[in-house]
Design a protein around this ligand. Structure first.
Ligand SMILES: *Cc1c(COP(=O)(O)O)cnc(C)c1O
Length: 392
């Protein structure tokens, strides 16, 4: 892909990294993981006032339909550091026939299955690997439930960087095979993503690996926030009433919440926020449990199991940020069963011709539940996230 024309001059826009909990700041010109004071995620902070003065919505019209069109609010300063596999802007499909079957007129699907690497993990890893390249990192390590591993393996290969991948042995074969094909160093473990994370943490120092676990690395969330930018732009800078999002590590919710705050700060949208509905599986629902109990942090889930591998995340380091976004947006967190997910796998294909991943199907199952419970009114605009492609 040729370098988009707007990516010409290096510029100062990212200012600092700030802890999402205690607000301690860190130098973004150095590799950083979590806050050394409290162990929580670091978030990128930009020169928003300056950006507001110089950047207008009109400039987007002449830019390519890719996540890089939001350059001013992305953490890369030098265009030559960009590692891209062609991250297309994903379509927002009006699911009229699906909506009609459940009594809604405004159901929309943000179809992330069109991205490279087979899932929306491409957004986060495109950003993290580009930043790693900018920082001169050559050895990246990741614990993954599956799709993040595939995305890292492919972006790292494209950048000529080594990838060290740790994932459960029962990760979907698509992920295991694609990592092998891309030449990553793959270790399958007897355990879950949290166990894989522990191994990376224990070994990284001695091995010289940089940990790109989500939200322990500050830039994957910057990639995922572009879902919020695209959604706002595609809806004419008018956010929907409800977003239904399949939640594992919660990076997408944290990212979109951040995206909307940044768009408001530069004057591109108003105060309105969609209600964030976080969907998990009843076999692994730490965020739902915390939400139901009114807690501000989640307790690690034991014996996590679900057919939706992206949701098999027993513990999320950004739990407090996910719960804050749900609470402040007047949203909710709900669980669906694996049987609900299996049944919902047919709903978008049969009504709209859209194949879904199990995580995407979980949002359809959740939508049915929310409508049945009266939590969504028939005229409200609802956006479902189909976060990856169908893999047999
Ligand atoms: C990782 C993943 C999720 C969960 O995303 P988070 O933003 O980490 O909560 C959902 N669906 C799919 C297909 C995934 O790969």
């Amino acid at each position: 892909m040729k370098t988009p024309t707007h990516l010409t001059e290096p510029q100062r826009k990212l200012e600092t990294l700030e802890c999402g909990k205690c607000s301690e700041t860190y130098d973004h010109l150095l590799p950083q993981n979590v806050c050394t004071a409290c162990g929580k995620p670091l978030l990128a902070r930009y020169a928003l006032e300056q950006i507001a003065e110089t950047w207008t919505r009109d400039t987007l019209q002449s830019r390519p339909a890719s996540l890089w069109r939001y350059w001013e609010l992305l953490p890369i300063s030098n265009p030559t550091d960009v590692v891209t596999l062609g991250e297309t802007m994903t379509p927002l499909v009006h699911a009229k026939r699906l909506g009609a079957t459940i009594g809604l007129t405004e159901v929309w699907v943000k179809d992330e299955s069109r991205l490279p690497t087979g899932s929306f993990k491409a957004r986060g890893l495109a950003m993290a690997v580009s930043k790693a390249k900018a920082l001169g990192l050559t050895q990246l390590a990741i614990p993954s439930a599956g799709n993040a591993a595939t995305a890292l393996a492919l972006y790292a290969a494209a950048a000529g960087i080594s990838a060290h991948i740790f994932m459960p042995q029962d990760t979907p074969s698509f992920n295991k095979e694609t990592c092998q094909l891309a030449g990553a160093n793959v270790t399958l473990i007897d355990g879950l993503i949290t166990d894989a994370g522990r191994i990376v943490a224990e070994r990284k120092e001695q091995e010289g690996w940089f940990d790109v676990s989500t939200l322990k690395e500050p830039y994957r969330v910057e990639g995922k926030k572009t879902m919020g930018f695209e959604l706002a732009e595609q809806l004419g800078w008018e956010l929907p009433d409800v977003i239904i999002y399949p939640t594992g590590g919660g990076t997408g919710i944290v990212g979109m919440w951040k995206a909307f705050a940044e768009l408001e700060a530069i004057g591109w949208i108003g105060k309105k926020r969609p209600r964030f509905i976080s969907v998990q599986s009843t076999g692994c629902a730490p965020i739902v449990k915390a939400w139901e109990e009114g807690a501000t942090e989640a307790i690690p889930w034991s014996d996590a199991h679900t057919i939706a591998s992206g949701l098999r995340v027993p513990q999320a380091i950004g739990d407090f940020l996910i719960l804050e976004a749900i609470r402040k947006s007047n949203g909710a967190a709900i669980a669906v069963t694996d049987d609900d997910i299996r049944e919902a796998m047919q709903l978008l294909p049969t009504t709209e011709g859209l194949l879904t991943c199990p995580e995407g199907a979980a949002t359809v199952a959740a939508l049915k539940q929310l409508v049945a419970n009266g939590m969504i009114k028939d005229t409200e605009r609802v956006v479902l996230f189909n976060t990856g492609g169908y893999q047999s």
